[in-house]
Design a protein. Structure first.
Length: 354
C-alpha cells in the first residue's frame, strides 16, 4: 500500500495532467454533435479585431519591464528598460517551452542577469517578488470579476467557490512566503530541508550522485536572498508602483483574451473572462506540458461553461487566443534566447583563449 501511495505522490503532476486531459476529452464528447459548428466558428472571425492583440502584448511586456526595473531599483540596482523588456520576452519563452512551475525561468533569470553583477540570491528574490506582486494584484481582479458577474446575474455556487479558493490560496501562499523569508534562520532551514529532500530523491535514481545541489551554495544564495528581502521590507512605501505594474500585467492579458472573443462577435461578461483566466493560469502552473496545453483550454472552457458561456463558442475562441498569442510571443523570445546563448558561448570561448 505504501509503495502505491509513494508512486502516486511522486507522479502527482503527471496524474493531474492525465485527469485534466481526460476532462477535456469528456467535454469534447459532450459537444460532439456541435463540433462541426465549433470548427465553422473558427472561420467566422473579425481579423481586424485580432490585430489589437499586438499592441496589447507590447503593452504587457512594457509593464513587465517596468515592474522589474522598479524592483531592482528598490534593492539598489539600476537596469536599462530595453534590457529588461528583452529579458521578459526571453523568460516567457523559457517558461513556455520548459514547463516547470516557473523553476526553469527562475534558474535562467539568474544566469541571464549575472552580467549586470547581480547575485543569484538577488535575482531569485526579484523573480519571486514579481510573482507575489502578480498574485496579490489579481485579488483586485477577483473582486471585480464577482462584481461584474453579480451585475449580469451570473453568480452561482461554483463562481463563489472558485473565487474564494483562489483568493485563499493566493493570500495564504503570499503570507507563507513572507513568514519564511522574514527570518534568516527560517529561510535557511526551509531551503536546506528542500535541498536535502531533492538530493535524496536524485540519489535514489542515480546512486552515484550524492549531492545534486550543493548545500553550501544554497546557503550562500539565500543569505543574499534574505539581505535583499530586508531591503524590500524596509522600503515598503516604494512597492506601490510595482503593485500597479503587476496589476496592469494581469489586466492586459485579460484584455488580450477578451479581444479574441470580440473577434468572434461575442461580448462576454468581463467577470466570467477574469475568473476563467485566473483558474486556467493558476492550474497551468503545475502542467508538465509546454504552455500548459490541455489544462489551460479545458479549465477555461469549463469555467466559462459554469458562467453560462457555451463550450461550442468558447472553445474555438480560446484555441484562437492560444495560437495567436503563441505566434506573437514565442518567435521573438526564441530569437533573443538563442542570441543570449550564442553570446555567452562566445564570451566563454574568449575567456578560455585569453
Amino acid at each position: 500500500m505504501g509503495k502505491i501511495s509513494g508512486y502516486f505522490f511522486k507522479r502527482w503532476k503527471l496524474l493531474l495532467n492525465i485527469v485534466t486531459i481526460l476532462a477535456l476529452i469528456f467535454t469534447l464528447y459532450l459537444i460532439r454533435d456541435d463540433l462541426a459548428t465549433t470548427l465553422d466558428n473558427l472561420t467566422k472571425i473579425d481579423a481586424w479585431a485580432l490585430v489589437l492583440l499586438l499592441p496589447i502584448e507590447v503593452l504587457n511586456y512594457h509593464f513587465q519591464a517596468k515592474l522589474y526595473q522598479h524592483l531592482f531599483r528598490i534593492v539598489g540596482n539600476e537596469l536599462p528598460y530595453k534590457y529588461l523588456y528583452k529579458a521578459a520576452l526571453e523568460l516567457n519563452f523559457v517558461n513556455h517551452v520548459f514547463p516547470s512551475g516557473g523553476a526553469a525561468g527562475l534558474s535562467y533569470f539568474g544566469l541571464m542577469i549575472k552580467n549586470h553583477e547581480i547575485t543569484g540570491g538577488k535575482a531569485t528574490l526579484i523573480q519571486i517578488i514579481k510573482l507575489v506582486m502578480t498574485f496579490l494584484s489579481f485579488e483586485v481582479l477577483i473582486i471585480l470579476s464577482l462584481f461584474f458577474l453579480a451585475l449580469g446575474g451570473r453568480v452561482n455556487n461554483f463562481t463563489m467557490l472558485a473565487a474564494g479558493m483562489m483568493s485563499t490560496l493566493l493570500v495564504v501562499g503570499t503570507g507563507l512566503f513572507v513568514f519564511i523569508a522574514g527570518k534568516q534562520e527560517r529561510i535557511n532551514s526551509f531551503m536546506e530541508f528542500v535541498t536535502r529532500m531533492f538530493n535524496r530523491l536524485v540519489s535514489r535514481f542515480s546512486p552515484s550522485v550524492t549531492e545534486a545541489i550543493s548545500l553550501k551554495r544554497v546557503r550562500q544564495i539565500f543569505d543574499d536572498f534574505h539581505t535583499s528581502f530586508r531591503q524590500i521590507q524596509s522600503n515598503r512605501q516604494k512597492m506601490r508602483a510595482p503593485l500597479f505594474y503587476a496589476f496592469m500585467c494581469n489586466a492586459t492579458e485579460i484584455m488580450a483574451v477578451y479581444v479574441v472573443f470580440i473577434a468572434f462577435g461575442k461580448f462576454l461578461n468581463v467577470g466570467a473572462v477574469i475568473l476563467a483566466y485566473g483558474i486556467a493560469n493558476f492550474a497551468g502552473t503545475f502542467s508538465i506540458l509546454p504552455g500548459g496545453i490541455g489544462i489551460y483550454e479545458a479549465l477555461m472552457t469549463a469555467t466559462l461553461l459554469a458562467t453560462g458561456v457555451s463550450a461550442v463558442f468558447s472553445l474555438p475562441a480560446i484555441i484562437m487566443y492560444r495560437v495567436v498569442n503563441t505566434i506573437l510571443q514565442i518567435p521573438p523570445g526564441y530569437y533573443l534566447y538563442q542570441k543570449h546563448i550564442v553570446k555567452n558561448k562566445d564570451a566563454e570561448a574568449d575567456h578560455l583563449v585569453t
